[in-house]
Each structure stands twice: as C-alpha cells, then as structure tokens.
Design a protein around this ligand. Sequence first.
Ligand SMILES: [Zn+2]
Length: 298
Amino acid sequence: MARSVLAIDIGGTKILAGVVAESGEVLSRAQVATGAGEGPGPVIARIVAAARTALQQAGQPVERVGVGCPGPLSVREGLVLSPPNLPGWNRIPLPSILERELGLPVAFDNDANLAALGEYRFGAGHGARCLLYVTVSTGIGGGVVLEGRLWRGPGEMGGEIGHVVVRPGGPRCSCGRAGCLEAIASGPALARATGLPSAREVVAAAREGDARALAVLREAGQALGQALAVGAGFLNPDRIVLGGSVALGAGDLLFGPLMATLEEALLPEARAGLQVLPAALGGDAGLLGAAALALAEG
Ligand SMILES: [Zn+2]
C-alpha cells in the first residue's frame, strides 16, 4: 500500500486536517473553526478532534503527522512561541502534546517553510534542486529547499527574505529596522504607501490606471527583484516560486518589474538555468505542505 500521512494546517480562523497519500491525493478532510480567542487548551482539543475525524474517515493507517502552525515557533525546541494569530499561546510544546494524543510521530514548522516544501513536492517547485520560495501577503516570508531538504539555519531564519534590507534608511519595518523588503512590498506596506485601505484596492486602482498605485506596485516589484537577485546571485537556484495573496493577486503588476530587475541584476550564467513561477497549490497549500513535511521526515 502507498504511504500516507496525516496533515494538519492550523490557521488563525480554521483548522484543517486531512490524510494525504504520497501522490498528493487528499483522502479525507475535516475542518473546524479555530476559536483562537479561547486560548490554547480548547484550540488543541479541536486540533486533536479534527485529526481523529480525518483518520477515521480515511480508514487507513498513516505513518506520521505533519503540522503547519503560525509562527513564531522553534522547530529545534518543539515549541510554538507566541503567534499573534493564536492569543494566549506562549512556548506550547505542540508536537509532543499531539504525539501523546495521536500516538504517532509529529513534525511541525511554520506556514512559509511548509508552503516551500509543498510547492517543491507537489507544485511549481517540482523537480528543482535548489528552490527559493517567497510568499507576499500580510508579511513577506519564504523558505529554501536544497536537494530536497528544507534549510532552516541555526537561528531558524532560513528563507526569511522579508527582513533583507533593500532600501537603507527606507520605511520603518515591524522588526524595528528601516528599509526591509517587508516594509516596502507587503500588503500593509502597499496600502500605507498609497493611502488606500488594502493591497486588494491598490491592485484594483492600478488596473484602472491610477498612477500612484502603479508606481507603488512597480517599486514593490523592483524591491522583490532586488532581494531575490541577491539570493539568486549567491545560491544559483534553478527555481524561484512566488506565492501569497498579494503576489498572486497583483500578477504581472508585480511580476513584470520583478523579472526586469532580476534579469538586469543577475549574471547570464546565473540567469540561464533559473525558472521563476507563480505558486501552484492554491487553497490546499497548507495541507499539502504539512503532508510534504511528514513525508520528507519519514
Ligand atoms: Zn524588518
């Protein structure tokens, strides 16, 4: 029988659990509201209940469990630290709690790392030897997959391209410094720079020809291109995958200036073997990423 794993995607509003086959086929799924405001105890009880429902529905044994959880978290220590999306959580040993409850080995990681692994195994990163994954939404995060393994780094900051400084002395970032990529190209940064309520409206205004919105998106695309050119100039990846609601929603408005900047910045040898693609997994990205982690650990 083909291997299958249990995948759990924990979000601020919903928890999704599913049994996923090695092929990426989702064999069962159970979804519940997170109810994050109630704190860790009730949320963990709902995670376990959703996991048991998904296991029962699939009706076949699984080898391992993969869990995607909002960060910050420490994979090395096996702790969820204090995610803004999960109020009341503080250094919760979620993997060991779930191992005890489910009787299965549990691996976990943050959303961006798992999206990188999911795209590598099942999506737009398939077949890559070195994949840089970047997600642009409320924040900017990412992941690096080298020869099939996620590169986390000693400080678990591998792939965190959002805090690469691209405009020294530029806009103030949530990390306390100035000019980080996230302070220029994230959804909230685009809204702030145009005075519009959200990135979605910035994109809509740009599509109607609004000069300010077009300029802000062009600058964001260039900043993304600059940061990626540093990563790609240094690592010589064969694939870059761009995901996240802002990047996918803006489409060519971001990809155009991003690609132009990347083309100009990279030496021809570094450019030659590089494909840049939009993320392919869509709504199941979290679940498939968690499945990819469990399969990679097995
Ligand atoms: Zn920063």
